[in-house]
Write a protein that binds this ligand. Structure first.
Ligand code: NAP
Length: 281
C-alpha cells in the first residue's frame, strides 16, 4: 500500500490525517495517510525506513520543520530562503523538501477571499517559523510595506534583516499597545502569527492586538486555527472588520502538498469540511 503521513512530535492535536485522507478517498487514490509521531532520537532512523517506492511523501510539523532540511536530498529555492520545510515529496527515490506554509497562506487569500497582496501594506504580529514563511511569500507577491511586531524585538529585527535581502525595507517593532498605534492606522492586512489566542497555548484568552485598536477597514487574518474563532477574530467581528481564520492556511498548505504528492487537483471544499469536522469533534 502507498503511504503518505504527517511527521512531528507530539501529533495528537493534528487534524491533517482527517482532511488528507478525505481527499485521497475522494480521488480513489489507494494510499493511507499515517500519523508518524517520531521522537528526536528516532528521527534519523525514521528517514531510513521511509525510503522505498511506496512512500509518496509527508507533511512535516513542529518541531521538525528546520531539522528536516538536512535529512532530505534536495530542497526547493523557496524552502531554502524560508529556512524550513513542511512537506516532503518522494520524486523517484529522491526526497525533495518543499515549503507550502507560505504558498498555502497566499493561495487561501487569493482564491478564497479574492485578496491580491501586490502593493498592499501588511502588519505581521510574531516573528517565529510561521511568520518567516508568510513574510517571505508576501514579499514575493509584491507587497509595498511590511511591519513585523514581536514580543522579543531582536527576533523581529533578525527576521527583517534576513528578508530585506529581497529588496523591501521592513519596519520591526516591539509588540505593545503604544508602538502598534501607527502601523494599525494605515494597513491593508494584519496577520497574527503568534500563539496568543491558541487553545492550550501561552495566552488563550487574549487578542494579540488590543480590541480597541483593531481597524475596521483592514483584513484581520489569524493563523491560529484552534479555536476556529480566536479572541482576535471575535474582537475583529465585533468591529465589523473582515476576518480570515487559521483553518484556511492549514487546509491550503495541505492542498498544495496534496497536489505535489499526487499531481492531482485537490478537492479543496472536501478538505476544508473534513478539517472543520475534525476540529469540532
Ligand atoms: P514559533 O516559531 O514558536 O513562534 C511563536 C511566536 O509567538 C513568536 O513570535 C513568539 O514571540 C510569539 N509568542 C508566543 N507566546 C507569546 C506571548 N505569550 N506573548 C507574545 N508573543 C508570544 O511558532 P510558529 O510555528 O510560528 O507558530 C505560531 C502559531 O501559528 C501557533 O499557534 C501555530 O499553531 C500557528 N500556525 C498555524 C498554521 C496554519 O496552517 N494555520 C501554520 C503554522 C503555525 P517571541 O519571539 O517573543 O517568543
Amino acid at each position: 500500500m502507498k503511504r503518505i503521513g504527517i511527521l512531528g512530535y507530539p501529533l495528537s492535536h493534528s487534524i491533517s490525517p482527517e482532511f488528507q485522507q478525505a481527499a485521497l478517498y475522494h480521488h480513489e487514490i489507494k494510499a493511507t495517510f499515517h500519523r508518524w509521531e517520531v521522537t528526536a532520537d528516532d528521527l534519523n532512523s525514521f528517514f531510513e525506513t521511509i525510503r522505498d517506492s511506496n512512500f509518496i511523501g509527508a507533511s512535516v510539523t513542529i518541531p521538525y520543520k528546520e531539522k528536516c532540511l538536512d535529512l532530505v536530498d534536495e530542497i526547493t529555492e523557496s524552502a531554502r530562503l524560508i529556512g524550513a520545510i513542511n512537506c516532503i515529496v518522494n520524486r523517484d527515490n529522491v526526497l525533495v523538501g518543499h515549503n507550502t506554509d507560505g504558498s498555502g497562506f497566499i493561495r487561501a487569500l487569493k482564491t478564497k477571499y479574492g485578496f491580491e497582496p501586490s502593493d498592499k501594506k501588511v502588519l505581521i504580529i510574531g516573528a517565529g517559523g510561521a511568520a518567516k514563511a508568510i513574510a517571505y511569500s508576501l514579499i514575493q507577491e509584491g507587497i509595498s510595506q511590511l511591519t513585523i511586531a514581536n514580543r522579543t524585538i531582536t527576533r523581529a529585527e533578525e527576521l527583517a534583516q534576513r528578508l530585506e535581502r529581497n529588496g523591501l525595507k521592513i519596519n520591526s517593532i516591539k509588540l505593545d499597545k503604544q508602538t502598534l498605534v501607527a502601523p494599525l492606522s494605515n494597513v491593508d492586512l494584519i496577520v497574527n502569527t503568534t500563539s496568543i489566542g491558541m487553545k492550550n497555548g501561552p495566552d488563550p484568552q487574549h487578542s494579540p492586538i488590543p480590541p480597541d485598536l483593531i481597524p475596521q477597514n483592514a483584513i484581520i487574518n489569524d493563523i491560529v486555527y484552534n479555536p476556529i474563532e480566536t479572541p482576535l477574530i471575535k474582537a475583529a467581528k465585533l468591529k465589523q472588520a473582515p476576518t480570515i481564520g487559521g483553518l484556511d492556511m492549514l487546509v491550503y498548505q495541505g492542498v498544495e502538498a496534496f497536489e505535489l504528492w499526487t499531481k492531482t487537483l485537490a478537492p479543496e471544499t472536501i478538505m476544508y469540511d473534513a478539517a472543520q469536522k475534525a476540529l469540532r469533534s
